[in-house]
Design a protein around this ligand. Structure first.
Ligand SMILES: Nc1ncnc2c1ncn2[C@@H]1O[C@H](COP(=O)(O)OP(=O)(O)OP(=O)(O)O)[C@@H](O)[C@H]1O
Ligand SMILES: C[C@@](O)(CCOP(=O)(O)OP(=O)(O)O)CC(=O)O
Length: 405
């Protein structure tokens, strides 16, 4: 395939896109329909800047391809994965529905597709790789097949949280009421420029694969936790309204309080599950204690934490407080010597590695060297982006440029 300007050739077509991860401040935890991936409650997240955390996907179609194929992070994987199939089938169905005046384009719908994707961060480690991955897959395929309009409901069929990564800024996923899920879609609450002071620190405690996947964990919670039903019916609806208002008004105190409470509530539902699920470890709990002591010492909320299905903490804070919070992390969770240089990623300014005696006196912790592996400093970011042809992950034969042995 030799691509021309619009990525179309006599025998093929190829598109490459990127998509962000997102970190929820009102958590999705529970499905009411496993097949369509419909949630038990609405949720809300921010998509993060793609400098450090993104998926990149190339999708190509060609007359010459014999069958659909998929490569993920340099290795061929089965394209029969039911979630990938759910997305692919729905994309092709929507593409067929569109009336093509141009016969050559209709013909393309019968060609096989090659998909190659990579994440620039650890996969399946609780860093929302499935969200970025499926959003990127669906967005790329939608561009390949010229599908216009919202495709968040298709990304949702890959992984629930992926629907929120179809947009940038602050994004809600509305629970919806319809059985077919057509109203369970992502909507932008505030775009990327709305709250430019907002910063995000991702504290990587572990980048190993987690013991209980989100899918299995939330299925057990739906089956056994009364608290999950209570949360969905009596807590989340009003909390969503409050959170949207806090974001619209840039009310950090309210935003931080709701973020902390909602993370703790999701993990309380996990503990209410039978048998209980606990995603946090000792380091996660120490981070929580450190942040509550720090906020109390400051007299107001300066930093909010949230945890997904793993031990890693994500902190939402305003840019003016980043230096103090980074110093705090450095003091209580200093890096081992060999990684000092790469411990805090994405931050140019110098920060202190010590804190005041007054603060030490109120934080109920001893330093834990090496407990945090590294920190990614980032911010709220854009939605998926289309890249130029040169960025393709597939060569002219439709095979990956890079393959792992
Ligand atoms: N770039 C990608 N393209 C397609 N699929 C991907 C991509 N990245 C990840 N996935 C899919 O997502 C799976 C990992 O999802 P999983 O929910 O276990 O981890 P996670 O998304 O990192 O964690 P969490 O969703 O709990 O934050 C992978 O095994 C793969 O099937
Ligand atoms: C804890 C969470 O990150 C849950 C993520 O769940 P997934 O979207 O990974 O689950 P599936 O729909 O089964 O693929 C909270 C959130 O992102 O809202």
């Amino acid at each position: 395939m030799t691509a021309n300007n619009d990525n179309t050739t006599w025998s093929g077509r190829s598109v490459t896109c990127t998509a962000p991860i997102n970190i929820a401040v009102i958590k999705y935890w529970g499905k009411r329909d496993e097949q369509l991936i419909l949630p038990t409650n609405s949720s809300l997240s921010a998509s993060l800047d793609q400098d450090h955390l993104k998926s990149t996907t190339t999708a190509s179609i060609s007359k010459e391809f014999k069958r659909d194929r998929l490569w993920l992070n340099g290795k061929e994987e089965s394209i029969e994965n039911p979630r990938i199939q759910n997305c692919l089938i729905e994309i092709r169905r929507r593409a067929r529905k569109r009336k093509h005046n141009d016969d050559s384009k209709s013909e393309m719908l019968n060609w096989s597709v090659h998909i190659c994707s990579e994440n620039n961060f650890p996969t399946a480690a609780g860093l929302a790789s499935s969200a970025a991955g499926y959003a990127c897959l669906v967005y790329t395929l939608s561009k390949l097949y010229d599908i216009n309009g919202d495709v968040s409901d298709i990304a949702r069929r890959g992984s629930g949280s992926a629907c929120r990564s179809i947009y940038g800024g602050f994004v809600q996923w509305t629970v919806g009421e319809k059985k077919n899920g057509s109203d369970s879609i992502a909507k932008v609450v505030a775009d990327v420029d709305h709250w430019p002071e907002m910063r995000v620190l991702v504290l990587v405690v572990s980048d190993q694969k987690k013991h209980t996947s989100s899918t299995n964990g939330m299925r057990n919670s739906v089956n056994t936790s009364d608290f999950l039903r209570y949360r969905a019916e009596h807590v989340v609806p009003s909390r969503m309204e409050e959170m949207i208002k806090a974001i619209e008004e840039k009310d950090y105190q309210k935003f931080a309080e709701l973020t902390i409470k909602d993370s703790n509530q999701m993990h309380a539902v996990c503990l209410d599950t039978y048998p209980p699920i606990s995603y946090m470890n000792d380091t996660s709990r120490k981070i929580i204690n450190m942040i509550h002591a720090f906020n109390k010492y400051q007299g107001e909320l300066k930093v909010a934490y949230t945890y997904d299905a793993g031990p890693n903490a994500v902190l939402y804070l305003l840019d003016e407080h980043v230096p103090d919070v980074v110093s705090l992390i450095n003091y209580y969770f200093p890096p081992c010597d060999n990684i000092r240089e790469t411990f805090i990623r994405g931050l140019k300014v110098d920060f202190k590695t010590d804190i005041s005696q007054e603060l030490k006196d109120v934080v109920p912790l001893e330093p834990s060297p090496g407990a945090i592996k590294y920190v990614i400093s980032t911010k709220v970011g854009q939605g998926p982006q289309i890249l130029p042809n040169e960025a393709s992950l597939l060569n002219e034969n439709g095979l990956p440029n890079k393959l792992l042995q």
